[in-house]
Design a protein. Structure first.
Length: 353
């Protein structure tokens, strides 16, 4: 089956091959397994944090950032790392963007203004010319393999960029786009963004952040366990080769989508495996359902993970509430059998069960 709608300005051209359909079915199955598992909240936070760090490391590494995964992890925890200012800034920018990815939208839509904001935040204080942050390019550039130096293709002329981006965002928000599987939309958007190459620098990171944003807005990556960037970085040559393989005359994206859906399936399958390993006994889920955490509750778990314990006084101080209100919040977790009380009186504290 070929998808090639002529009614929209941007006409994505691809075949639904057996491989793509098979990948989409398996992705949907893995996603359901993740969403319907019963996780201890501390593991949800751990998985989310791990995905964030791996995504930030991989997406910046693809473009030549020298920081290791461990160094990225240290930066994410607010620790000092000995590295060039630009390298650290690139990672910190990407971490902040992913942490707040759901904010990059206007009433559920991705507009040109939003994409400019996304790039500005991704590229903040990392470009040689700061005036290029969040602004479409006014120069001709080329897409190349940073490993080999090989030119993959020449993007459109700079004067074409604004109109191409208007057509692109119009398609993202169209009924045609919303009728497609979110994974397909993310894949098509990733390639088209890289093809247009709307900015002087930072296009790759912005394209990958945009794909993440689309999956988030289409309610695909609800729990934020997903880190597709890791897949690209694991074999950078394959990533560049499949980008290069697209015929610039027909822009048939079938092979690209096979590669893209392979990556989504691999990434979400890893999450599924980890989630199932860390899930509690099935009877607990059937008895209570999944634990849905508020922002305050997530913060409590984060403190417990970091310090091993928390007191009512600690919680009161962090949230600027009364000790009585803090005790009420902590007791909710005790009833869920997520934490337990140790000690008595002022010396009492709470630990994870």
């Amino acid at each position: 089956m070929r998808w090639w709608k002529a009614e929209t300005m941007f006409n994505p051209n691809f075949n639904y091959t057996h491989k793509i359909v098979k990948n989409l079915v398996e992705i949907a199955s893995a996603r359901e397994a993740v969403l319907n598992s019963y996780l201890v909240p501390k593991w949800e936070i751990s998985l989310r944090r791990d995905a964030l760090i791996r995504a930030a490391h991989a997406s910046t590494a693809i473009e030549g950032n020298p920081l290791t995964l461990e160094e990225v992890s240290q930066l994410a925890q607010g620790r000092k790392v000995t590295a060039a200012r630009k390298a650290k800034q690139e990672v910190l920018n990407y971490l902040r963007v992913l942490e707040n990815i759901e904010k990059y939208q206007e009433k559920g839509k991705i507009t040109g203004k939003i994409i400019l904001k996304l790039h500005k935040d991704v590229a903040k204080e990392t470009l040689e010319a700061p005036e290029h942050e969040g602004r479409y390019r006014g120069l001709q550039v080329y897409v190349g393999n940073r490993i080999t130096g090989e030119v993959i293709f020449m993007p459109p002329a700079p004067e074409e960029v604004p109109e191409l981006m208007n057509e692109f965002t119009e398609w993202i928000n169209s009924n045609e786009s919303h009728n497609l599987d979110p994974v397909i939309v993310a894949g098509l958007s990733h390639y088209e963004f890289v093809r247009i190459h709307p900015f002087i620098d930072g296009n790759g990171r912005t394209a990958r952040a945009l794909a993440t944003l689309i999956l988030n807005l289409r309610e695909f990556d609800i729990k934020k366990f997903f880190a597709l960037d890791d897949y690209y970085d694991s074999d950078r040559t394959a990533y560049y080769n499949v980008l290069k393989s697209v015929d610039q005359k027909t822009l048939d994206l079938t092979q690209w989508l096979e590669y893209f859906t392979d990556g989504v399936l691999l990434s979400i399958s890893k999450v599924k495996e980890k989630v199932l390993q860390l899930s509690l006994e099935k009877h607990k889920k059937s008895a209570r359902g999944q634990v849905a955490l508020t922002e305050r509750q997530m913060k409590i778990i984060e403190i417990l993970q970091k310090n091993g314990k928390i007191t009512a006084g600690d919680a009161a101080k962090v949230f600027k509430i009364t000790r009585q209100a803090a005790l009420k919040e902590l007791n909710k977790f005790v009833k869920l059998d997520v934490i337990k009380l140790e000690g008595k009186g002022r010396g009492a504290n709470y630990v994870l069960t």
